[in-house]
Every structure is written in C-alpha cells, then in structure tokens.
Design a protein around this ligand. Structure first.
Ligand SMILES: [Mg+2]
Length: 407
C-alpha cells in the first residue's frame, strides 16, 4: 500500500526557519502579512487497528454486514516552517480505508506553503482539489483528517486544549459506554461490562438492539435495566434495522424503560420516518452518525427528525464542518451526542452550549500514549494542548503505509 515508507516519523519540535514565534510576528508585520508560518511537511499514515473480538450489531444479525474485525485509520501529521505540529485522523469500518488514504495523498500537496491558521480557506482549497468526487463521503473524510490536524496545530500553538481554543461551555461532559453492549456479547458479559463502566466513572450504558427476534431485544434491555436500577441513564441503538412500523411498535414497548434515547431506529436517510417517531414517542430520537456532510444533517434538522443529533466530525469533513453543524443544531434547540472518536468529540461536546453527551469506546486506547479521564459519570478535558494525544509505538507498529509530502 505504501508508496514511500519512511523509516522514522519521529516529530521535530525545533523551529526549522530559524525564526522564533515572536521574531516571526515582527517580520510578518513588517512584510504586511498577518502571520508568516507556512505548512512545510505532511505525513499521511494508514493504521489498521485490530479489534479484540469480532464486533456484531444489528446490521450483522440481519445479514447486511459481516462482523467487524478491524478499524482502519488515516492519520495526518502536519509540520510548519516554524516547527509547529498537528495531528488528526479519519477512520473507516469494513471498507474505505485505502480510498481515504489514496485521496489524501492526491490532495495533500496543495497544503504546502499555506498558512496553517487559514483553516477555512484550506478546507475549501482541499475540496476543490478533489471536486469531481464530491463534497461528502470518502473525499470529505480524507479532508477531515487534515482539517482536524490543522485545529490540533492551532490549539497547540496557543498552548490550549482544543475546547478552550474554540470556547468551552464546560470542562467535562456526561459520558456513556457503548463498547460493552454489542450484540455478539452474551447478556451476562454485557452486565459485567456495564458494572465495570460504572466503576470506572462512566455515567450511562448503551445497549445494541434491532435483532430479527424482537423478543431477544426486550429480554436484554429488561435485564440491563433491572441491573442498573431506575437512575442510571440507559440508551438503545438499533443501527437502522427496523422498518417504520417495527420502530413505532418497539418504541412504544421501550417507553417503560425510561431510556435517554432510541438511536438509529430507521434508515439513516429516512428523515420523515424519524420525524414521525419523534412526534409520536415520549423517548428522544437520536441519529446522524452515518451522514457524511452538513447538508445531509440539515435535512434531518429541517424535517424535525431528531431530538438528539449525532454527528461524527471525521465523517462530515472535520472540525470546521462540525462547528457549522453545531451552530445549526443549537439554533434548533437540539441536544448533541457526537458519534465515536471520543478523543476528538470530547472537545466538541465540551464546546456545545446545550445538553450533550460523549460516547465512550475503549477501542482506540492502544493508539495513543494518553488516556481520557472518566469520573462521576463524566469525561474530563485534560490540560494538554490541542486534542491532547500523541501516537503510540503500537500505532506505529500497526502502520501499513506512510507517505510524506514536502516542498
Ligand atoms: Mg450508533
């Protein structure tokens, strides 16, 4: 897969232009430019994270997908002439990883020489570089990894956690665990996982449902609710596997469990079906993780499809696009529960002014040297600048392709 594997991707922190940041600021003013720093180098890496067990949600039990055995990441590491650095990532499940990596390689050269502070301008430039393959999906997800690295770089330059750079509403976000409640996991183990999550300071538990035999769903939700008691937040996620009548019927049955939300009851693009459910059920409706652009989310918002929006920054083009969508969601008084990638979404959930949740998955833990703190039902921002993560030796060992783009 790799066209240019480099032996050593260790980072450079020393300014390479010979200018300190204050010197550069003085020179920039003298030259008439606002800032002088420029993007000098981009390293793209494809990293395959193996999962401990094959993962099954309802899409597997209905025969639409095979159990998931790995997640493929596109990591982007940026370096500037002044020695500032940023790291970002996108990901794909089952298919699409090599396509994201390939698209990033094609568009990355347009970054060289750009001022890394000009994130909006760069996002547009990257979209135009690959305009014929569209403004959603794989192309946008390749851009997302670059965009996230630019935001990480900007926050590191300011020596601030990303949430603080953008403007935080809080320093911690209520969190719930997903990785313990998949459908391949026997119910006894699901309950053990839930107990472990609560003992680790995680506040809520999400359970996968949507099996062809709906009675099994009810039995599992009943068992977990009995174990948790009435006060622990509990959610269910059908991963798009119900049709409209089934979703309506299951939603009515599930009202008795006092769920925080029912997630993806219908096809991700069925805005009207979700709107009907949201109107008819007391339980909140949550969806949005599968959508691949702000425009696709806008359709859900305008149709009144959701109470809780679940965007995924790597899937919709990065932090720049996520912030635009968050503005729309706030304007419509929606709650926000970003999907997956808590390492990015903790910051974005901390910024969102209204009710918000962050999804706890332990899958990505081996990729990074740092780990997030959960306590009292909440996930806490660290004081580390940027996203607050560095790639682990294990992530380097799982790297299957690396390309570096320079001037
Ligand atoms: Mg989900």
């Amino acid at each position: 897969m790799s066209t240019d594997t480099i032996a050593n991707t260790s980072t450079v922190t020393r300014p390479t232009s010979g200018l300190s940041a204050p010197d550069a600021a003085v020179k920039a003013l003298a030259s008439g430019d606002a800032t002088l720093d420029r993007i000098a180098e981009i390293t793209l890496s494809s990293v395959v994270l193996p999962l401990k067990n094959p993962i099954s949600d309802a899409k597997v039990l209905t025969g639409r997908q095979k159990p998931m055995t790995e997640v493929v990441f596109l990591f982007v590491e940026l370096r500037t002439e002044q020695g500032h650095e940023g790291i970002g990532f996108s990901y794909s499940k089952r298919a699409g990883g090599p396509a994201q990596f390939a698209h990033a390689q094609e568009i990355a050269p347009v970054l060289i020489g750009e001022d890394p502070n000009d994130i909006g301008k760069i996002w547009t430039k990257l979209v135009w570089a690959g305009a014929s393959v569209g403004r959603s999906g794989v192309a946008t997800q390749a851009i997302a990894a670059i965009d996230i690295a630019l935001w990480d770089l900007k926050a590191k330059r300011a020596n601030l956690p990303l949430a603080k750079l953008i403007g935080a509403s809080r320093d911690s976000v209520q969190t719930y665990n997903t990785s313990g409640g998949f459908l391949h996991t026997p119910i006894g183990e699901v309950i053990e996982n839930a107990a472990a999550s609560l003992a680790n300071g995680i506040g809520g538990i999400k359970l996968k449902v949507g099996q062809p035999d709906w009675r099994k769903d009810i039995a599992r939700v009943t068992a977990v609710r009995e174990f948790l008691g009435d006060d622990v937040p509990l959610m269910v996620d059908a991963n798009q596997q119900w049709d409209r009548p089934t979703a309506q019927r299951m939603g009515r049955i599930f009202e008795q469990f006092n769920l925080v939300w029912i997630e993806e009851p219908l096809d991700a693009y069925d805005a009207e079906g979700h709107a009907q459910l949201a109107r008819s059920l007391d339980t909140s409706i949550a969806t949005g993780e599968m959508l691949a652009s702000v425009g696709e989310h806008l359709r859900l918002i305008e149709a009144g499809s959701v109470d809780i929006l679940q965007p995924d920054a790597p899937r919709i083009g990065g932090i720049t696009q996520f912030l635009k969508l968050a503005g729309l969601a706030e304007h419509h008084n929606l709650q926000l529960a970003p999907h997956f990638a808590m390492e990015i979404h903790l910051h974005l959930a901390a910024v969102y002014p209204l009710q918000t949740w962050v999804e706890h998955f332990d899958w990505l833990d081996p990729l990074f040297d740092e780990h997030l703190e959960t306590r009292d039902g909440r996930m806490h921002l660290s004081g580390r600048p940027g996203l607050g993560f560095t790639l682990s030796d294990q992530a380097r060992a799982w790297t299957v392709g690396t390309v570096t783009v320079t001037k």
